[in-house]
Design a protein around this ligand. Structure first.
Ligand SMILES: Cc1cc2nc3c(=O)[nH]c(=O)nc-3n(C[C@H](O)[C@H](O)[C@H](O)COP(=O)(O)O)c2cc1C
Length: 353
């Protein structure tokens, strides 16, 4: 299966650099693809025009295959009363920096499900791979993208999601464990979360679905890549491992926390964006998410508030409200150029037998 996937994707190593909205860049994706892995860009938070420009930039830097990732969450519904209550809850935090909360919140980016222009763009640009996070798009879009020769990936966090992905005719399942940094790709955050660690999720899916599985969550080195293969993965998708690469757009504070590592830990919380996501714990987690907080606005409307609060704080030189997504093993990230990191991982993977 592993060799089939490598030839299907036309890549040398079963190493996928995770799409990371706000952190991965065309330069990062191209460096990974040039080194024999599969680079990814995340266009979930930008419009079709910006996605077109990002794809063109990758293509200027590589002629190797790469992945374009979109967010397929249920489109947000605005609820002005809920949003006003949330802003009120945040008011004392803004006040620390002599600021007022914004007058209102907005849906800061659109779901792929409501973005026909992005669908048309993907059909025209035909990247080698398109990946979906947070659910499945309409069947007609899946069929059209496949007919255009694009290999389709979708994230699953449970057996139920994996079965639905397979039934929809997707090519590859990204099995995302609870250790993973960033947003949990669960289809419906209102449903109970089995919260399975990556290798347990692989074991659960292995006998029940026949699609190739890509392991995501907590994988930082070649030995862990081998372990993922042992548990049935055909490839791995690594996010946190690539944040510290010079080609990422991670801000200096995020890099400093990774370098520090010691004494820091991650948690999953929905209070930052409106959907569960894992990041390095700071006041966003501990205070905004304190017990008794009001109901959250829809994803990503909630995120607008966190970004405004971070802007107010950082304008006064305070980073207590910065968003630093990362998996449980984030501190093992190596600040190597991405091509060198891929070569190192491949060498470790082969020697760890
Ligand atoms: C900073 C960051 C941003 C992320 N953004 C996205 C994204 O835009 N799309 C996506 O499908 N996954 C995203 N993820 C999740 C990754 O695809 C992957 O599941 C995760 O990084 C794996 O866990 P690891 O960080 O322990 O390697 C993100 C992860 C991180 C760390």
């Amino acid at each position: 299966m592993r060799h089939d996937l490598l030839s299907k994707l036309d890549i040398r190593y079963p190493i996928i650099q995770a799409p990371m909205a706000g952190v991965s860049t065309p330069a990062l994706a191209a460096a990974v693809s040039n080194a024999g892995g599969l680079g990814s860009i995340a266009v979930g938070t930008v419009n079709a025009q910006q996605a077109r420009a990002a794809i063109a930039t990758v293509r200027e830097k590589t002629d190797r295959p790469f992945n374009v990732n979109v967010f397929t969450h249920a489109p947000a519904h605005s609820d002005p009363a809920r949003e006003a209550a949330w802003l009120d809850w945040l008011r004392p935090h803004f006040a620390r920096f002599g600021a007022e909360p914004p007058a209102a919140l907005s849906e800061i980016y659109r779901s792929f499900l409501a973005d026909e222009a992005m669908f048309q763009l993907l059909l025209e640009e035909r990247p080698a791979v398109v990946s979906f996070h947070f659910g499945l798009p309409p069947q007609a879009w899946i069929d059209a993208l496949k007919a255009a020769g694009i290999v389709l990936f979708t994230t699953a966090t449970s057996l139920d999601e994996a079965v639905r992905i397979e039934a929809a005719g997707i090519d590859v399942i990204v099995a995302q464990g609870i250790e993973a940094g960033g947003h949990r790709g669960m289809f419906d955050p209102a449903q109970p979360d089995p919260a399975l660690p990556t290798f347990e999720l692989l074991e659960q899916l292995l006998d029940k679905v026949s699609l190739p599985l890509v392991a995501a969550g907590g994988i930082m080195d070649g030995r862990q890549i081998r372990t993922a293969f042992y548990h049935g993965a055909s490839a791995v998708q690594m996010g946190s491992a690539f944040i510290a690469c010079p080609e990422s757009s991670a801000p200096p504070h995020h890099r400093a926390l990774i370098a520090q590592g010691e004494g820091l830990r991650t948690e999953l919380s929905a209070v930052i964006s409106g959907r569960p996501a894992r990041g390095i714990v700071n006041k966003l987690f501990s205070e905004i998410g304190a017990e008794g907080h009001p109901p959250l606005p829809d994803y990503p409307i909630t995120y607008d508030a966190a970004k405004a609060l971070h802007a107010a704080a950082s304008s006064k030189g305070n980073q207590d409200y910065s968003v630093n997504w990362g998996g449980t093993n984030f501190a093992q990230a190596r600040a190597l150029p991405a091509g060198e990191l891929v070569a190192t991982l491949a060498a470790e993977m082969n020697e760890a037998a």
